[in-house]
Ligand binder design. Structure first.
Ligand SMILES: NC(=O)c1ccc[n+]([C@@H]2O[C@H](COP(=O)([O-])OP(=O)(O)OC[C@H]3O[C@@H](n4cnc5c(N)ncnc54)[C@H](O)[C@@H]3O)[C@@H](O)[C@H]2O)c1
Ligand SMILES: [Zn+2]
Ligand SMILES: [Zn+2]
Length: 383
């Protein structure tokens, strides 16, 4: 079938709406009529070249050795339109959220409850469909990659059944879209990775879609002090409306504030969700943390970031822990329905984070607005 999708042709090329061809479903695949797609920063990392793999890995994963051309988007939700053979627990009409980490349900990680580390994760960089290694999406004569095996910036999404999570019928699909990546990632970084406990002091660096999840995770876990850090004052203001107790414009300022608010104890948890992660942020993050602090690296780092600056002696003597986190270190099939329930009950604020809705043709405008500091989350609304 022919559908409209937002495609990026190469590093630093603009998002363009194209008419693409999607083949019939193969076994284990589902087709979803998209309702909403969230505009996460990670899609821009694909376009900027920060979200990349080495030529050797790309040669292994793809036919043309490139991540491009690619259909963008990995946050989203919609309604199942058709299912292929061997799909038993999804049917047309089911509500689903996209999951940027596929779950096979069989690998060591999946069976031990760590679906965010599923071995299929390797396939999300680029390449053909998971089921049988053939391409289903085409732009003229070219095969298309899809962001994270998804490509939610498309009227119809065709993906492996492991890449979608069934959610309750009738839920708010715009909320489900935001929860499908950014909010789950941030919330889990605070709750599941850092294990924020009641009364703790938390610093969140970067108050976009992911940081908004971390702030709310910390609030729901009972943190007594939540310092929101962002270069842009309006983002800090917004963070104060969803649970942050204090604001700062950089990590040094946040460290002094944390010292003052905790009688010198400093932060128990520092969560790094800025636009991009660089090695020089780790030292100040550790300095904002006190004894036994957990420092969680969430944001995508350009692949040339191979060194961090850090006072190693203090790090050791303060008994600190530096940890990475993907998908909030929680299984998508657990996290997405759980956060939707917290949203339904009014604990997790989602609608407050949607700053603008765009048409599919406006994806580039949406990312320009994000770059200009105008959006917490922009969403693509489909007809
Ligand atoms: N680990 C994962 O599984 C995962 C999942 C989703 C997104 N991400 C990544 O997380 C990061 C955040 O994503 P997002 O969609 O929330 O981005 P965003 O652009 O919505 O928000 C980033 C915020 O950080 C602020 N910022 C930038 N540099 C800063 C600095 N040095 N100090 C303080 N604030 C700073 C920006 O002003 C912006 O408000 C991105 O790198 C994204 O690719 C990671
Ligand atoms: Zn994302
Ligand atoms: Zn698996």
């Amino acid at each position: 079938m022919k559908v409209k999708a937002s495609v990026v042709g190469g590093v630093k090329e603009p998002w363009r709406t194209e008419e693409i061809e999607i083949d019939e479903l193969h076994a284990n695949e589902v087709r979803v009529k998209m309702a909403y797609a969230g505009m996460c920063q990670s899609d821009e990392h694909l376009r900027s070249g920060d979200f990349a793999a080495s030529p050797e890995v790309l040669a292994m994963l793809t036919k043309n050795g490139s991540m491009f051309p690619a259909v963008g988007g990995h946050e989203g939700a919609g309604i199942v339109d058709a299912v292929g053979d061997d799909v038993h627990d999804l049917a047309p009409g089911d509500y689903v959220a996209a999951s940027f980490i596929p779950s096979c349900g069989k690998c060591t990680w999946c069976v031990s409850g760590r679906g965010h580390l599923c071995d299929l994760g390797m396939s999300i960089l680029a390449g053909p469909m998971i089921a049988d290694g053939t391409y289903r999406h085409h732009l003229g004569d070219e095969d298309l990659n899809r962001m994270c095996q998804l490509g939610t910036f498309s009227e119809y999404l065709v993906a492996n059944q492991g890449s979608v999570v069934k959610i309750d019928q009738g839920v708010n699909l715009r909320a489900a879209a935001l929860i499908s990546c950014g909010l789950s990632t941030g919330f889990g970084a605070a709750v599941d990775r850092a294990g924020v406990r009641p009364g703790e002091a938390v610093v969140v660096v970067g108050c976009g879609g992911v940081g908004s999840g971390a702030i709310q995770g910390a609030r729901i876990a009972g943190a007594s002090t939540i310092i929101a850090v962002d270069l842009i004052a309006s983002k800090v203001d917004r963070a104060m409306k969803i649970g942050a107790t204090h604001g700062a414009s950089n990590l040094t300022e946040a460290a002094f504030l944390a010292a003052e608010l905790t009688r010198g104890r400093l932060a128990d948890v520092v969560i790094l969700t800025p636009t991009r992660l660089t090695g020089d942020l780790i030292g100040p993050a550790c300095q904002a943390g006190g004894k036994d602090a957990r420092i969680v690296a969430v944001a995508i780092a350009p692949h040339d970031q191979t060194e961090v600056t850090l006072s190693l002696g203090m790090f050791a003597m303060y008994n600190q822990t530096l940890m990475g986190s993907i998908f909030g270190s929680q299984t998508p099939r657990i996290q997405i329905p759980k956060l939707l329930e917290l949203y339904r009950q009014g604990h997790l604020l989602v609608d407050e984070l949607v700053t603008n809705e765009y048409s599919l043709d406006e994806v580039q405008k949406g990312y320009d607005d994000l770059e200009a500091g105008l959006n917490i989350r922009g969403v693509v609304k489909f007809d």
